[in-house]
Structures are given as structure tokens and as C-alpha cells.
Design a protein around this ligand. Structure first.
Ligand SMILES: Cc1cc2nc3c(=O)[nH]c(=O)nc-3n(C[C@H](O)[C@H](O)[C@H](O)COP(=O)(O)OP(=O)(O)OC[C@H]3O[C@@H](n4cnc5c(N)ncnc54)[C@H](O)[C@@H]3O)c2cc1C
Length: 347
């Protein structure tokens, strides 16, 4: 169905980009009865490559960030509400079988086990026999994965039905009225936007492979620095690489081999892995690891909603609500994410 030609003039908020950030912000605003128009240029999007993993306790030191339990609860309810309203399934709670890479990691984790804040996130279990676990492992609870492609396709259809999407690149900024707001959700392409290129993005290139196995794979996520996510009885996704300094989503043979070797070495038996797909994307990561949200210091009707790095699935629902509350109730944007922290860099 073609997009309406008059979508821009009617909408009070124009959103640029139909990745996870633009789509979930658009959805949140529409739930408040706000008329939006979302521009989708159909180009490379991190959201279409992402595994959508949500892992509350992260890193080699097993850190649970202060806001994570609240964000997790909100994200879960948010995705389940979309599932119900759009009649799809996109949010899958799934435990992580975490295998320690070193003795130090094992000790770090054991220390957390006796901390009441953390106990709910771990379960002491025997490591499955077919996994190579030199330093043993643990089961991490309250993890999940988001099927971003199913979600984004369903949201695109919904925006289409609501006559709220334009399949075009947003270039012409002259026909925006003063009563309209424009929010840029361009992912890493923010680096080419003269209005916001002063913000310190640290884009991170990442690759993922999809493998076929001759055996039936276990139905949990395995993490040993990198991860393996089952996607069918005999298929899984394996990722991800993380490299800064790239500005195009290039496929590299060396990354493919690294990921394939990782998958092979996870198991004590030969699973006969064969690569059937290889994808690359650029994460919109930021120097201080916090999102970029807020309005341009000189153009107060032009805003940004970006910088969700490697954690878009968990962070975006929470911050979409925060920006919606700012737009509808003049509530403050959370300090850690507000771009006013960088206003001295704005030319
Ligand atoms: C390999 C890899 C693995 C990842 N794994 C995970 C994971 O397991 N868990 C997780 O939470 N996150 C993961 N991420 C990160 C996740 O992808 C991001 O946090 C999130 O998807 C960012 O969404 P976004 O909408 O900001 O950017 P994008 O998804 O890049 O979307 C931006 C969109 O804006 C469009 N656009 C740009 N300019 C214009 C314009 N002028 N007009 C119209 N449209 C425009 C682009 O074409 C694009 O579609 C991963 C990323 C990668 C690359």
C-alpha cells in the first residue's frame, strides 16, 4: 500500500529511521494518541542484524546495573503488550548457560552468588555434559531474546495501516513547520547528520553467522564471551564480533572463521556446523556508554533518540517512555542520557 503523500504536514512528530529506536518511539507516542510520521529509507540497520539478546548480568565481573531490574520489567511488559496488540510472538525468555573463560571469572561470579541483589539472577546447575567447560559454569536467569525482524515487520505493517510511514530517505528539512518536531533515530548514520555529528559516537562494527548442525541443539543460550543462540532444532546464530573504526557494515572472512571456531569449540562432540548465513551491522555505541536523547541546543524542535549501543532491546522501551513523557508532560529527560551533557561540543 503506498504511503500517503500528506503524511508529513499532518503529523505533529516526524521520526527519522525505522530501526528499533524509531519504531519503538513511534509506537510509544502513538499509544498516547500522538500523530506521527516515520521515515524509513530501507538501508542498512543494526536492528535487522542484532540477535536481540537481553542479559541483565553482564561482563567478566557479572555486573547488574542499578536501573536494570526496573528496565527489564518494563521491557518485558512492553514487548508482551505489542505481541498481544499485533498478534505476533517476538519476546522469548530463555536462560543463558554461562561458561567461565578463566578461573578469575568463576571466582567473580561465585562472589555475586552470596549477594542478595544477585541471587535471583543465578542458578547453580550442573553444566550440560556435551559442553566444553574447563572452568565450569552457571545458569543465568531472567535473560531473553527479541526477534527484532518479526517485531519490525509487524510495526511497519501497523504504521502502514495507520498511514504513518513514508518509505523514503528524509532529506528535505525545509517543509517542517514550527509546530512540528523532528526526532532523528538514524542509528550510526547520525555521524553524517550535520545537526548531530558533534556528539561523540563510537560506532562498533559487528558480525554474526547462522549455522546448521547435524545434531539437535539444546534450547538455551550459551555464553562464553561470545554466544550461541538456538534459532531452530538444527540451527543457531553465533556472535558477535565487536570492532570500532569501521563505518560500513562489511563482511569479513576472518570474522566468519572466528565465530565458526568459537561454536565448534563450545562442544565436546562434533556438531557438524556449517555456515548458512553471515551478516554485519554497525552498533550506534557512544563514548560514555549512555544514549543520546534530547533536543538540539539551537533548534529546539529538532531532537535525537539514539546511542543504544549493544543493548537496544533492553534500553529502548525505557527511554522511549522517558522521551514520550518529556514531549507530553514536560518531564525531564534522564540526566545520564540527556545530550545537554555535551552541549559545550555543539558548534
Ligand atoms: C552484530 C550486532 C549484534 C547485536 N546484538 C544485539 C543484542 O544481542 N542485543 C541488543 O539489545 N542489541 C544488539 N545489537 C545492537 C542493536 O542492534 C542496537 O542497539 C539497535 O538495533 C539500534 O537501533 P537504532 O534504531 O538506533 O539503529 P538502526 O537499527 O541502525 O536503525 C536506524 C535506521 O534509520 C534509518 N535511517 C538513517 N537515516 C535515515 C534518513 N535520513 N531517512 C530515513 N531513514 C534513515 C536507517 O536506514 C536504519 O534503518 C547488535 C548490533 C549488531 C550490529
Amino acid at each position: 500500500m503506498p504511503s500517503p503523500q500528506n503524511a508529513t504536514p499532518q503529523a505533529s512528530i516526524i521520526i527519522i529511521g525505522q530501526g528499533l529506536a524509531g519504531s519503538l518511539l513511534a509506537w510509544t507516542l502513538m499509544q498516547q494518541g500522538i500523530h506521527i510520521c516515520i521515515y524509513a529509507d530501507g538501508k542498512a540497520s543494526a536492528s535487522r542484524v542484532a540477535a536481540g539478546l537481553i542479559n541483565p548480568v553482564t561482563g567478566q565481573r557479572f555486573v547488574l546495573a542499578e536501573q536494570t531490574p526496573q528496565m527489564l520489567k518494563y521491557a518485558q511488559a512492553f514487548y508482551q503488550d505489542i505481541e498481544k496488540k499485533l498478534n505476533i510472538q517476538c519476546y522469548f525468555p530463555l536462560p543463558i548457560q554461562r561458561l567461565f573463560n578463566t578461573e578469575k571469572e568463576r571466582i567473580n561470579c561465585r562472589k555475586r552468588l552470596y549477594n542478595p541483589t544477585y541471587t535471583n539472577y543465578f542458578q547453580l546447575t550442573d553444566t550440560p555434559a556435551d559442553l566444553q567447560a574447563e572452568y565450569s559454569g552457571i545458569t543465568q536467569r531472567h535473560a531473553a531474546w527479541l526477534d527484532t525482524n518479526t517485531l519490525l515487520d509487524a510495526l511497519a505493517d501497523y504504521f502502514e495501516q495507520q498511514q504513518s510511514i513514508k518509505h523514503a530517505s528524509f532529506v528535505n528539512q525545509t517543509n517542517i513547520s514550527n509546530k512540528q518536531k523532528v526526532i532523528f533515530c538514524e542509528g550510526y548514520q547520525m555521524m553524517h547528520n550535520p545537526l548531530f555529528s558533534w556528539l561523540p559516537m563510537q560506532a562498533a562494527h559487528g558480525e554474526i553467522i547462522t549455522c546448521k548442525s547435524k545434531d539437535i541443539l539444546s534450547p538455551y543460550i550459551i555464553n562464553k564471551g561470545k554466544w550461541l543462540l538456538p534459532s531452530g532444532l538444527h540451527t543457531c546464530r553465533v556472535g558477535a564480533t565487536y570492532e570500532t573504526g569501521f563505518h560500513t557494515p562489511t563482511l569479513q572472512e576472518t570474522s566468519k572463521q572466528t565465530l565458526l571456531n568459537f561454536a565448534r569449540h563450545l562442544f565436546s562432540t562434533n556438531k557438524g556446523f556449517e555456515v548458512v548465513n553471515h551478516q554485519a551491522g554497525i552498533r550506534p555505541a557512544t563514548q560514555d556508554k549512555q544514549p543520546f536523547i534530547g533536543f538540539h541546543p539551537q533548534h529546539r524542535n529538532i531532537g535525537i533518540f539514539n546511542g543504544f549501543g549493544s543493548r537496544g532491546s533492553l534500553l529502548i522501551p525505557h527511554y522511549a517512555k522517558a522521551l514520550t513523557d518529556n514531549l507530553t508532560q514536560a518531564k525531564n529527560i534522564p540526566q545520564e542520557a540527556d545530550i545537554s551533557r555535551y552541549k559545550s561540543l555543539c558548534p
